[in-house]
Design a protein around this ligand. Structure first.
Ligand code: NAG
Length: 343
């Protein structure tokens, strides 16, 4: 009896050790994460204090693994969220992290989500190894679907290799210090549904290849230094619902195909140098939650077809050189901006 129970306990103990080892993340994933944490500093919350022990799949803050393979699939570190750990900061629910994003992240080749956002202080460049050529087999995040590095101080250019992230659905690089151009073949990101690049210092023109992104619903390149004309092809995109190009240096005319697009619900071309007349292309299928063409050099009349639009919620045509009458029956009661009431 005594021997039996001793054996049973020993067996249970042995099984626990074996299954523990089997369920742990591979040492290579653990080392990649430790290298990542060694180049980041987060002094207030102690997030990285939880990154200890051999199994990076268990209780490492922000890390999730595939339950079967135990490979790391998610690195999700947000400086601003409802997470109770962030209440510790005392001052609002926002954290602060400095340092850089270590290229070791590229060794996590099963990663589907990489979020290191809203930390205000992370600098350095986006590691270009995120998507090196597959045959080089150094860092190749082919499974990455979410890449969110927004609201930091990340500088340098958007790595051209980013267009090889063939599974990417959600890209958010907003509010950083990125320079250079949007890669010309950005449109290769065929799975992308949200491309948020606002609040950087991007230059160059809007790549025409973007119009081939048939899943793209939300394109925000506002608050950059983008020049040139708005590609008319953007108006042909099937699911594009939000197009925000505000606060850039765009020139030329508002393409009729874009303004007349029946899918666009939010169109913001405000604060550019657009000229010419506002195309008279509204129709019964035009449905804008917000249409903002303010602060440009538009001239001529407010197009008569505006009154045929099904819905225009927020319309701002102020600070242009428009003249003439406001069309009768304009389907809203909140036209605003000079010379009308302020918005
Ligand atoms: C349009 O963009 C401008 C500049 O980025 C911004 O100030 C404005 O609030 C936006 N308009 C709407 C309706 O969101």
């Amino acid at each position: 009896m005594g021997i039996f129970s001793f054996n049973a306990i020993a067996l249970a103990f042995l099984l626990a050790i074996i299954s523990g080892a089997v369920n742990a993340c591979p040492p290579s994933d653990r080392e990649a994460l430790l290298a990542l944490s060694s180049s980041l500093k987060e002094p207030y919350l102690g997030i990285f204090d939880s990154w200890k022990g051999t199994d990076c799949c268990s209780n490492w803050y922000g890390i999730s693994c595939d339950p079967t393979t135990h490979r790391v699939t998610d690195v999700s570190l947000r400086g601003e969220s409802e997470d109770p750990i962030l209440q510790k900061t005392g001052h609002s629910s926002s954290g602060y992290m400095t340092g850089t994003i270590n290229p070791s992240i590229c060794q996590l080749d099963r990663l589907t989500t990489l979020i290191i956002a809203d930390w205000k202080g992370i600098a350095g460049e986006i590691p270009s190894c995120l998507a090196s050529l597959p045959n080089l087999r150094i860092g190749n995040l082919q499974k990455l679907t979410v890449l969110n590095l927004a609201d930091n101080k990340i500088n340098g250019e958007i790595p051209s290799s980013i267009v090889q992230l063939s599974s990417l659905k959600h890209l958010d690089l907003s509010n950083n210090l990125l320079t250079g151009e949007v890669p010309a073949n950005f449109g290769n990101l065929k799975m992308l549904s949200r491309a948020l690049l606002s609040g950087n210092q991007l230059t160059g023109t809007i790549p025409i290849s973007i119009s081939n992104m048939y899943r793209l619903a939300d394109l925000d390149i506002s608050r950059n230094k983008i020049q040139g004309q708005i590609p008319a092809q953007l108006g042909k995109m099937k699911v594009l619902a939000t197009l925000d190009l505000g606060s850039n240096m765009l020139t030329g005319e508002v393409p009729p195909a874009v303004l007349g697009s029946t899918g666009l619900g939010i169109l913001n071309l405000s604060r550019n140098s657009l000229e010419g007349n506002i195309p008279d292309v509204f129709g019964p299928k035009s449905y804008f939650m917000a249409l903002d063409l303010s602060f440009n050099n538009l001239k001529g009349p407010v197009p008569g077809s505006l009154s045929s639009a099904k819905f225009v919620g927020h319309l701002d045509l102020s600070h242009n050189h428009l003249c003439g009458t406001i069309p009768v029956g304009t389907p809203n009661d909140c036209l605003c901006g000079n010379p009308l009431k302020t918005c």
